[in-house]
Design a protein around this ligand. Structure first.
Ligand SMILES: Cc1cc2nc3c(=O)[nH]c(=O)nc-3n(C[C@H](O)[C@H](O)[C@H](O)COP(=O)(O)OP(=O)(O)OC[C@H]3O[C@@H](n4cnc5c(N)ncnc54)[C@H](O)[C@@H]3O)c2cc1C
Length: 451
């Protein structure tokens, strides 16, 4: 081998060791990717959905400051797309990981969008002409999208995807696309990358409210979840930010929020506190009052966990400034009145012992955070352990929350356990720092061996 070839080989080896795979493109994965890329490492950011953003992209405002969620998140998403050290692999999933010496060889499946990524300009003409309308997952199924779609207007990358399950191959998108980007024959692609470290930031999934049958989610139109509420009050959401009932589009004047739905509940199989529901319900109660100032709002709770900076003040503001009524009690049942689609909430006020039956126009279930949907597959592929709660877990969670049982693999954000955005981002930076240390150590060890 010539000295030039040897040099090239050495350079390639170093590049691989200086590369990181970040799994999950929510706010946490985005922060991990940006921190590591800013340090000079090469980052492969793998997101299974067509766009990065995660759950934060679906939120309207954030507690306790009521800042616009998209205004915080979108610039970070744009930074990811523009960063020279980040290779963004959206609509992609990790299929296999094997150890290659001290590095990891990762096989990634890039699913077909049936749209050429290099040609699509994101103009949206294809979707304007597409005749097929299906419920939009991003809007929690409340709004509609076309069979060729971007999940939301600020999607990164702004590249359309054809949903083959619903596409009728009418050919209209193909005819209207001036960029000639539609490719119905596009095949999925397997990519292999070698990295020195992996950070898992695959987030959470929401507790399925249909499992609490006594609350009627999915059966009663006006029983919605907290995430449905976020889309309803969002100006870019399915109602243009108009807080209305799903049964008849009427403005709800009496709204109930029910806490701990699928959290701290043995019957639901989820004993942990989801940490964000108290604050997001308080936020939503305030937002409801901002939308409908004369609304009568009740929050039914076990106890309010306002543990963070500015949280207690936010809670007090909800009570004093917005006159939100907090009732301590467990809700046993919700019953719909068929004629009006109003809802009777049956609850025991645990402070007075009184059994209450109250009528509301709309009920919002504050559903909890449960382990990510792919946690088992990821556990099998990466070999990292989960805790009893089903979230990924460090062997030493008291002090090393981002470590895993496998050297070089780290966890961060809600994949590790329920937490809010500031905590997810802080843990992202911690994981990025740990990954960077692992990468530097790897290079040093190699150099030591070579000597
Ligand atoms: C109704 C509601 C309101 C909320 N309001 C607030 C608020 O006001 N303030 C606040 O601080 N927090 C709030 N939160 C909490 C906030 O949503 C989370 O803290 C935050 O989204 C966590 O970010 P994350 O990146 O860890 O996870 P996620 O947002 O879940 O992102 C994970 C990403 O990983 C991707 N992914 C999953 N599996 C894979 C895989 N196998 N391969 C590749 N990618 C994968 C997902 O598609 C997703 O993009 C709220 C939560 C809810 C439910």
């Amino acid at each position: 081998m010539s000295s030039i070839e040897e040099e090239q080989e050495e350079q390639e080896k170093q590049e691989k060791q200086q590369s990181v795979l970040v799994l999950g493109g929510g706010v946490c994965g985005i922060q991990v990717a940006l921190d590591l890329a800013d340090m000079g490492f090469k980052v492969y950011l793998v997101e299974k959905k067509p766009s990065i953003g995660g759950h934060m992209a679906q939120l309207d405002k954030t507690f306790p400051t009521l800042d616009c969620s998209a205004c915080i998140l979108t610039p970070k998403m744009v930074d990811v797309a523009r960063h020279p050290n980040i290779e963004l692999l959206t609509y992609s999933e990790v299929l296999a990981v094997s150890r290659a010496s001290k590095s990891f060889e990762v096989t990634i499946l890039k699913k077909s969008r049936y749209v050429n990524e290099d040609k699509c300009t994101g103009c949206g003409i294809c979707a304007q002409y597409c005749p097929i309308e299906v419920p939009n997952e991003f809007d929690q199924g409340i709004g509609i999208r076309k069979a060729i779609y971007v999940p939301f207007p600020q999607a990164i990358p702004l590249i359309y995807t054809i949903d083959k399950e619903n596409c009728i191959k009418c050919g209209l998108c193909e005819r209207m696309c001036e960029a000639e980007a539609i490719d119905h024959n596009q095949q999925p692609m397997k990519i292999t990358v070698t990295v020195g470290s992996i950070v898992v930031a695959v987030g959470f999934q929401l507790f399925d409210a249909k499992n609490k049958q006594e609350y009627g989610y999915g059966r009663y139109d006006n029983v919605i979840t907290g995430l449905d509420f976020e889309r309803l009050v969002n100006a870019a959401g399915p109602t243009g930010g108009h807080l209305a009932r799903l049964s008849d589009a009427k403005i709800p004047k009496k709204i109930a929020f029910i806490q701990c739905v699928g959290s701290r509940d043995e019957k639901s199989g989820n004993l942990n506190c989801s940490r964000v529901c108290c604050m997001y319900a308080i936020k939503q109660a305030i937002l409801a009052k901002e939308h409908i100032p004369d609304a009568d709002i009740h929050v039914f709770y076990m106890d309010i966990r306002a543990y963070g900076k500015g949280f207690e003040e936010f809670y007090t503001r909800a009570k004093e400034e917005f006159n939100v009524k907090f009732v301590r009690g467990a809700v046993s049942e919700i019953v719909e009145i068929p004629e009006t689609k109003n809802l009777i909430v049956r609850v025991e006020d645990t402070e007075t012992g009184e059994l209450l039956e109250k009528e509301f126009d709309m009920v919002v279930l504050s559903v909890g955070l449960t382990p990510p949907s792919d946690s088992e597959a990821i556990e099998n592929i990466l070999g990292i352990s989960k805790g009893e709660d089903g979230f990924f877990s460090s062997p030493d969670p008291q002090i090393f929350t981002v470590d895993t049982n496998i050297g070089g693999i780290f966890i961060a954000g809600t994949a590790e356990g329920p937490k809010d955005i500031p905590d997810s981002v802080a843990q992202a930076s911690a994981a990025a720092m740990k990954a960077s240390v692992a990468l530097v150590q790897l290079t040093q060890e190699e150099k030591h061996v070579e000597k």
